[in-house]
Design a protein around this ligand. Structure first.
Ligand SMILES: Nc1nc2c(ncn2[C@@H]2O[C@H](COP(=O)(O)OP(=O)(O)OP(=O)(O)O)[C@@H](O)[C@H]2O)c(=O)[nH]1
Ligand SMILES: [Mg+2]
Length: 382
């Protein structure tokens, strides 16, 4: 699902590296820089000799002097004769050596350059502006003033972006939920979202998921609003062998949920999954209806189901559902057809609630627990 985002981040980082590399490699060493290097071998040098491969000199463990500020070109003094140790080295190798400074202290302009590179790419891929700004702040905090070897710049920027993304993404503590299910009897899950987001399909997938964990499931047909919604859910539940509690169309969705919970207690079911109606707009009626269902059913978990394809709309919906009804986690559906991936980052960031699963298709097993480290790593790996 993150293919576009991944490619864009990679392209940006490569561009950033090339730009910084070019600036530094063109920078001939001055006397002052040479002195800085003699005093501070932490600065990585590359020796360029005709016909020989690049050589790196790195710092020894015991010697760690403070990094030194290197002044811009126009203020440099005339280059004096090479130091005795350098002459000695040239003598040893028998070849003339041109040393070029390969270390770079990341400055404000670099950070802005990096930010400008990635900003439009992230926004294009459904990453909300607030998220992009948070990544910007992280880059500043983690990279500004840092001395990095030219050869390591790409890695440093990648690490900084990866850490920032991984801080934004929140993962659901699945094991803690399994432990609660064992004592809750029943553990109640309420699914909310706009129409077509994938609530009913996700409910069916969740049923399969819990059945796979040896939990008994009861479903509540609390979408009494949309035509054919009850039959749609009935077909799924029949296939999965799950008890469905239903009333007629137009019935009170909260009353259906109440009966479903009662039934679950009677049959000692472990989990109750409550389907709800969506609306094309998140209007007052829908919110009032959901608030009532929530009040009556007292769910252990209210999950927002968001359609990844709708990008920033899904982000706004998540914010509204969270503010009006209160959500504990999100499931992002249609990740299989969304190549951008930004909705996941943005929904996690704006709601500050974990992403529980990604919906990755229309079949019951197409529900994968969300793993933030794997996602952040995938976004940045080659
Ligand atoms: N490709 C893909 N399609 C999905 C996924 N989840 C749901 N869908 C499809 O999205 C469409 C809408 O799904 P529903 O589950 O009916 O959505 P809903 O939120 O219950 O919609 P309403 O009942 O109208 O509020 C269906 O055609 C589903 O098969 C997914 O993860 N991947
Ligand atoms: Mg539905």
């Amino acid at each position: 699902m993150f293919d576009f985002l991944k490619k864009k981040i990679k392209d940006s980082i490569n561009k950033i590296q090339k730009k910084l590399e070019k600036e530094e490699i063109e920078d001939e060493l001055t006397a002052e820089e040479k002195q800085a290097i003699v005093e501070n071998p932490q600065i990585v040098l590359r020796e360029e000799k005709e016909g020989t491969p690049t050589v790196q000199e790195t710092e020894t463990e015991e010697k760690k002097p403070e990094p030194r500020e290197i002044k811009p070109k126009q203020h440099r003094a005339k280059t004096p004769e090479p130091k005795a140790e350098e002459k000695h080295k040239e003598k040893e190798t028998g070849k003339k050596t041109t040393k070029r400074l390969l270390s770079h202290r990341i400055n404000e302009a670099d950070i802005e350059g990096i930010y400008q590179e990635i900003k439009s790419d992230l926004v294009e891929n459904n990453v909300a502006l607030s998220v992009v700004e948070s990544i910007h702040a992280d880059l500043k905090k983690n990279l500004l003033g840092k001395d990095v070897s030219m050869l390591a710049i790409k890695k440093e920027v990648e690490e900084a972006i990866k850490n920032s993304i991984s801080d934004i993404l929140l993962e659901y503590p699945m094991d803690a939920m399994f432990a609660t299910i064992k004592t809750a009897k029943p553990f109640i899950i309420l699914l909310v979202g706009v129409n077509g987001a994938g609530k009913t399909t996700t409910l069916a997938k969740l049923s399969q998921f819990f059945i796979g964990k040896k939990f008994r499931v009861v479903a509540s047909a609390s979408d009494t609003f949309r035509a054919a919604s009850i039959e749609q859910l009935q077909i799924h539940m029949d296939k999965l062998g799950v008890d469905l509690v239903k009333h007629t169309y137009g019935a009170d969705p909260a009353a259906v949920a109440f009966d479903a919970i009662k039934h679950a207690k009677n049959v000692a079911a472990d989990v109750v999954l409550i389907d709800t109606a969506g609306r094309s707009d998140i209007n007052k009626n829908l919110i009032e209806e959901l608030k009532k269902v929530k009040r009556v059913s007292k769910p252990n978990l209210t999950i927002f189901v968001g359609d990844a394809l709708t990008g920033n709309d899904a982000v706004k919906q998540a914010e509204i559902f969270d503010r009006e009804v209160g959500i504990d986690a999100s499931i992002i559906s249609k990740a299989d057809v969304d190549k951008k991936g930004g909705a996941v980052l943005s929904i996690s960031y704006v709601t500050k609630k974990p992403i529980m699963f990604l919906g990755t298709g229309q079949d019951y097993p197409d529900l994968i627990p969300f793993n933030k480290e794997r996602t952040a790593e995938f976004l940045l790996k080659d």
